[in-house]
Write a protein that binds this ligand. Structure first.
Ligand SMILES: Cc1cc2nc3c(=O)[nH]c(=O)nc-3n(C[C@H](O)[C@H](O)[C@H](O)COP(=O)(O)OP(=O)(O)OC[C@H]3O[C@@H](n4cnc5c(N)ncnc54)[C@H](O)[C@@H]3O)c2cc1C
Length: 371
C-alpha cells in the first residue's frame, strides 16, 4: 500500500489532520488506531441499555474560538448545553467553580451577605479571583473564605485526582482555581457551548468519510509501518513510546470508570456531582444531561483516579510537574531531529493537557503549516 501520509491515532488531532490533508492538500492518508473505534478519548456509543455514553469519561465541548467552532460545524449539528457541577461539601451540594450562590448554599445568610459584599467591593462583580490571590488579602473574612475553599473543595479533590498534594504539583494548577464573583452557575463561560447532536463518533465518521482517507483500526502502527509506503507521518500517540522510552516513561495519571445503569429517568440534578472529601471516587456524571437523550433509564459514570501502569491502564492526564516537563523536553529534542518526516501533535505526543477545542486548534495550525 502506498499513501502520502500515515497518521497514527484517530482522535481529534489525527482526524482533523487527516480531513485537512485529504480535502485541502488532496493527498492520500492512512489513519491507524490501535483501538477498535475512531474518536480517541472522545468516542461515544450506546451501552447495552441503549444509553449514549462516553467510554473514556464525560466530554463537554466548549470554546471561544470561532475558527474551531466553524470548522467542526461542517461535520455536526449542535445541541446547546451548559454544563453544571455541584460539589458535596459538609453534606450540602454547592455550585462549583465556587461562586456567590455557593456562599449562600454553605454559610448562614448574614455571613454570606458579608462575604458577597466584600468580594464585590474588592474585586468587582463578574470577575474571577484565584484562591491563591484571596489567601494573600489583609481581610480576615476573605482569607477565611480562601482557606475554606482550599480545604473543603480543593485540597482533598486534588489529592484524589493526582495522588499528590497541591504543593507537589505545578503552581499553575493551584493558581487556576477561581472564585467566580457572579451568580452564573455554568461550569464554563465560553462563547460556544454545545454537544454534537448525534454524538462525537458520528461527527468523527463524517470527518473521516473522504475518498482520500482510509482508516485501519485494531492496529498498532508498528505492525504496519514496514509494509505501508508513505512519505510523511503524523504521530499522535505517546511521545515516549515512539522513542521506546529511551529516557524512561513519562508519568501519567489514569482513571477507572464504573458505568451504572439506573431505572430512573434522572439520577442527579446536574451533569456532574463532585465528591471532594468522601469516597474513593472524585465525581459522578450522568450522560443524559450532556446528550439530551430521552430514555426511561439513565447511565452514570463513577470516576476513580488511579496510578498509571504502562501497558495496563490508559494514560489520561500528563502530570503537571516541572521534572516531567524536563523529561518531556528530552523527547521533544529527539522529535526535532525528525522534523519534516514525522510530525508530533496531540495530548500524548505534546505531553500536554488539551481540551478538545485546543486539540482541534493545534491540528488546524499544523495542517496550515504543511505543504
Ligand atoms: C477524563 C477526560 C475527560 C475529558 N473531558 C473533556 C471535556 O469535557 N472537554 C474537553 O474539551 N476536553 C476534554 N478532555 C480532553 C480530550 O479528551 C482531548 O482534548 C482529546 O482526546 C485530544 O485528542 P487527541 O487526538 O490529541 O488524543 P486522543 O483522543 O487520546 O487520541 C490519540 C489516539 O492515538 C491512538 N494511539 C496511540 N498510540 C498508538 C499506536 N502506537 N498505534 C496506533 N494508535 C495509537 C490512541 O488509541 C488514541 O485513539 C478530557 C480528557 C479526559 C482524559
Amino acid at each position: 500500500m502506498k499513501v502520502d501520509w500515515l497518521i497514527v491515532g484517530a482522535g481529534f488531532t489525527g482526524a482533523v489532520l487527516a480531513e485537512r490533508i485529504a480535502s485541502q492538500l488532496e493527498k492520500k492518508v492512512l489513519v491507524v488506531d490501535q483501538r477498535d473505534h475512531i474518536g480517541g478519548n472522545a468516542y461515544d456509543h450506546y451501552d447495552e441499555n441503549g444509553v449514549l455514553i462516553h467510554r473514556y469519561g464525560p466530554h463537554i465541548f466548549h470554546t471561544n474560538s470561532r475558527k474551531v467552532w466553524d470548522y467542526l460545524s461542517q461535520f455536526t449539528e449542535w445541541r446547546p448545553y451548559y454544563h453544571r457541577v455541584l460539589a458535596v461539601v459538609e453534606g450540602r451540594r454547592v455550585p462549583v467553580p465556587f461562586n456567590l450562590n455557593s456562599l449562600y448554599a454553605l454559610f448562614p445568610p448574614r455571613q454570606a451577605e458579608r462575604l458577597e459584599e466584600k468580594l464585590v467591593c474588592t474585586y468587582g462583580f463578574g470577575t474571577k479571583v484565584p484562591i491563591l490571590k484571596l489567601q494573600q488579602t489583609e481581610d480576615k473574612d476573605l482569607r477565611f473564605l480562601a482557606g475554606y475553599i482550599y480545604h473543603h473543595v480543593f485540597y482533598s479533590y486534588t489529592l484524589k485526582q493526582w495522588g499528590l498534594k497541591p504543593e507537589e504539583l505545578d503552581p499553575s494548577v493551584t493558581g487556576r482555581v477561581p472564585v467566580y464573583i457572579s451568580r452564573d452557575d455554568r461550569y464554563f463561560q465560553d462563547t460556544y457551548q454545545a454537544m454534537p447532536k448525534q454524538g462525537y463518533t458520528a461527527m468523527f465518521q463524517r470527518m473521516l468519510r473522504h475518498k482520500n482517507i482510509k482508516v485501519l483500526l485494531n492496529t498498532d502502527y508498528r505492525e504496519v509501518v514496514e509494509e505501508v509506503k508513505f512519505d510523511r507521518m503524523i504521530y499522535t500517540g505517546p511521545i515516549d513510546a515512539f522513542f521506546d522510552h529511551m529516557y524512561g516513561p513519562l508519568p501519567y495519571r489514569s482513571l477507572r470508570f464504573v458505568f451504572e445503569y439506573q431505572e430512573v429517568a434522572q439520577a442527579q440534578e446536574v451533569g456532574t456531582v463532585n465528591y471532594p472529601n468522601e469516597h474513593a471516587f472524585t465525581r459522578i456524571t450522568e450522560f443524559k444531561h450532556l446528550t439530551g437523550q430521552k430514555h426511561p433509564g439513565s447511565t452514570v459514570a463513577v470516576e476513580y483516579p488511579q496510578a498509571h501502569e504502562p501497558g495496563q491502564t490508559i494514560p489520561y492526564y500528563p502530570i503537571p510537574r516541572e521534572e516531567n516537563s524536563s523529561l518531556y523536553n528530552l523527547y521533544r529534542k529527539e522529535a526535532e531531529r525528525l522534523k519534516q518526516t514525522v510530525f508530533f501533535a496531540g495530548r500524548l505526543a505534546d505531553y500536554r493537557y488539551y481540551n478538545m477545542d485546543q486539540a482541534v486548534a493545534r491540528a488546524l495550525k499544523l495542517a496550515g503549516d504543511l505543504v
